[in-house]
Ligand binder design. Structure first.
Ligand code: ATP
Ligand code: MG
Length: 393
């Protein structure tokens, strides 16, 4: 059977003159994501990208699965390629749609004819094919508004394509079309979701994690890597920076007012993240903060954190309820990992009464009580780097 995958662009279609570039990045991303499921050709015409197996060994099932996680694709479907001959189309449609039509009650035929030289117009194709399918499956009824099965026929330049209901794509924009940013990832529920959301807006991700052994365990670090590998299923390879943070946290505990501990810690994280971002030309940071979720995420606390950054800090969850965040975490399969109960560096030395409205002056004054610079340099020098490779399937 000669089958292909047809993918429709999402928002790329709105990009006017840049559209070609966006489509090229999307095609490159598709090629890269399918490279180990066999040989495929990836081509575009009009607003459709066609993924065509080059030989028998190409794994179309696996390719189909992966297409659902590639940002920039609004919808896609598996399609049968046939000759542009009405008799052949009728015959092929009867067998190609057998399984879905036998178990359905209603259907509808949609026809699209981009090759205007084809002797039948779209309404004629719909009518002829509709009759053929009603003859072959007499239990069916036509429902033009809410059909259980859509039978789609597209008459293009070289071939005709038959496909059923479209599958929803991951939406958004192709990864890398919006630049790169550094995700501050903890082991919690929020930050992986924040990374996924920005990747969906076309951002290529790098990630940074602050670790405080022996207060935090190796298993906590494994958890973060598992979370990143799940996000990579959508976002592609992720460069991962792991920062030894213990000495800085101990210095904070020993030298700064307890009620400001979390906010001062967050500023140290941001300062280190900025240094990494600078070194690797990453113009923005991403966090999983959400307004009012905890004491360090009030408006003034966020302002104090921002003051430590010299570049935009993207907080895609800022206006979301926890329940909405959890829903996405389940959808992208990070939730079960996030709730594993390992200590995070944020949960050690947590202040009993954190300050909810810290003024920037008070924060800076508290920070000035100790010279953090040498420990900050030591932490940066101790950063470990690795690549989290895209997780397929
Ligand atoms: P999350 O699910 O992201 O942990 P949270 O509600 O636990 O969210 P906080 O612990 O207050 O949030 O952290 C807020 C944000 O700060 C996180 O979303 C993350 O971006 C960053 N962050 C917190 N801890 C770390 C860490 N150990 N390493 C890197 N980034 C961190
Ligand atoms: Mg956390």
């Amino acid at each position: 059977m000669n089958e292909v995958i047809l993918a429709k662009n999402g928002e790329i279609a709105l990009k006017g003159l840049n559209r070609g570039t966006f489509e090229d990045v999307l095609m490159k991303n598709i090629r890269w994501r399918l490279k180990d499921c066999g040989a495929f050709s990836v081509t575009k015409s009009q607003s459709t990208i066609t993924v065509r197996p080059k030989d028998e060994d190409a794994d179309l099932d696996e390719a189909c699965q992966r297409m659902g996680r590639i940002f920039g694709i609004a919808a896609y479907s598996r399609a049968l390629v046939t000759e542009k001959d009405m008799e052949v189309i009728r015959r092929e449609a009867v067998s190609y749609f057998r399984q879905s039509l036998e178990s359905a009650r209603t259907f509808k035929v949609n026809a699209k004819r981009s090759d205007k030289a084809f002797p039948y117009k779209s309404p004629d194709i719909q009518q002829l094919l509709g009759e053929t399918l009603l003859d072959a499956y007499p239990h069916l009824k036509v429902d033009v508004h809410h059909p259980e099965v859509s039978v789609n026929v597209e008459i293009r330049d070289q071939n005709a394509f038959l496909h059923g209901n479209q599958l929803p794509g991951a939406g958004g924009m192709p990864v890398s079309t919006s630049g790169e940013a550094l995700l501050l990832i903890s082991g919690g529920i929020d930050s992986p979701v924040a990374g996924w959301m920005m990747a969906r807006r076309g951002v290529k991700l790098s990630a940074i994690h602050f670790q405080s052994p022996p207060y935090t365990s190796d298993r906590a670090l494994d958890k973060v890597e598992t979370l990143l590998s799940k996000v990579s299923g959508y976002a592609g390879d992720i460069q991962f920076y792991c920062v030894p943070f213990t000495r800085l946290q101990e210095a904070l505990r020993d030298h700064c007012p307890e009620e400001l501990f979390t906010i001062l810690m967050r500023r140290l994280m941001v300062k280190i993240a900025v240094r990494v971002a600078e070194a690797h030309e990453l113009p923005a940071l991403i966090t999983g903060e959400s307004l009012g979720q905890v004491a360090s995420q009030t408006m003034l606390a966020l302002a104090a954190t921002n003051a430590a950054a010299d570049r935009p800090v993207f907080r895609p969850l800022i206006g979301m309820d926890k329940s909405d965040i959890v829903r996405i975490a389940r959808q992208i399969d990070t939730f079960e990992t996030s709730i594993l109960p390992y200590e995070d560096c944020c949960t050690i030395f947590t202040p009993r009464r954190p300050k909810i409205r810290p003024s920037l002056e008070a924060v800076e004054a508290a920070e000035a009580r100790f010279d953090f610079a040498p420990l900050l340099e030591e932490a940066i020098a101790g950063i470990q780097v690795k690549t989290i490779h895209v997780r397929q399937g």
